[in-house]
Design a protein around this ligand. Sequence first.
Ligand code: G6P
Length: 366
Amino acid sequence: GAAELGPYRHYMQKEIFEQPKAIADTLDGVAGISPELFGDGAYRIFKEIDRVLILACGTSYYAGSTARYWLESIAGIPTTVEIASEYRYRDSVPDPRTLVVTITQSGETADTLAALKHARSLGMQHTLTICNVSTSAMVRECALAFITRAGVEIGVASTKAFTTQLVGLYLLTLALAQVRGKLDDEREAAELKALRHLPLALQAVLALEPQVMSWSEEFARKENALFLGRGLHYPIALEGALKLKEISYIHAEAYPAGELKHGPLALVTEQMPVVTIAPNDTLLEKLKSNMQEVRARGGQLYAFADGDTRIDSEPGVHVIRMPEHYGALSPILHVVPLQLLAYHTACARGTDVDKPRNLAKSVTVE
Ligand code: G6P
């Protein structure tokens, strides 16, 4: 009811603003990096695997897609990420030395549960879930579990569950790196410090809400939007597009920016808003030339740019400056303004934000 919502208009908005606390709660009790964060016997299992297979649906799938970058670059483990409803019906080649990781807010998504059972039936017994509900079917089914502490999520469009899943997946990456001798004490301390600073860093991002709102009136008048990201932030572009389509009903598509010229550039006109995720990472110069490609066709750029990127506002280029560059954890910060953009655009269009048409919070039937 209204009392629970406090100053917020919808649960989604409240849940977006709960993210600093959700992340702090998820990190509470994490004294250091160790396999045991994932349950008894995790060390032995982590020693026995040489690849990771992530299975999930919806927003949880995009958390997995982000984690693939971490697992391969930090832990050096070959990782594949697959949509549960595809994996379960596909002929695949099983490898018993695989850690099967499911990601699910509810722990009850039918396709993700079926995909897990399918993997097990193929002989893959090492299973782990990143899940927000400790009493769920998924937690019961998996050998290992990390419980995110997002608290109850009511908005159909997932927000705080997503960012806490990313925290759980980052901890998993660090624990696997440690078991493989790739995380010395100094690096562990630095990583923990960066994780613990996330709630404060998120507060600074949430303070951008008025700026994001000022873009939403413009977006509300559009029927299409394109989201661009590269590398670690490509899955964040996908998640931003999913949020916008789910609650505002604007057709939104995400592309890895380097793939623009292989198709979506044909869609770019003055009518097309192009949301660009612009972290100050090694791909920045490449991203800037992709932005030029959009500008040259008259596309309207809306960039979330880290400081020092030298991406500045000019005609056709709208910029919201992100407070700080956050290295490998940057996706956790960059997704937040995209959540806010979807939220305020949906509000401007007057849709039922917390209960978008045709969608359910938890899909427990096929
Ligand atoms: C539904 C929800 C999404 C969610 C997805 C997976 O589509 O509307 O917000 O990401 O299911 O749910 P899960 O509980 O498995 O994370």
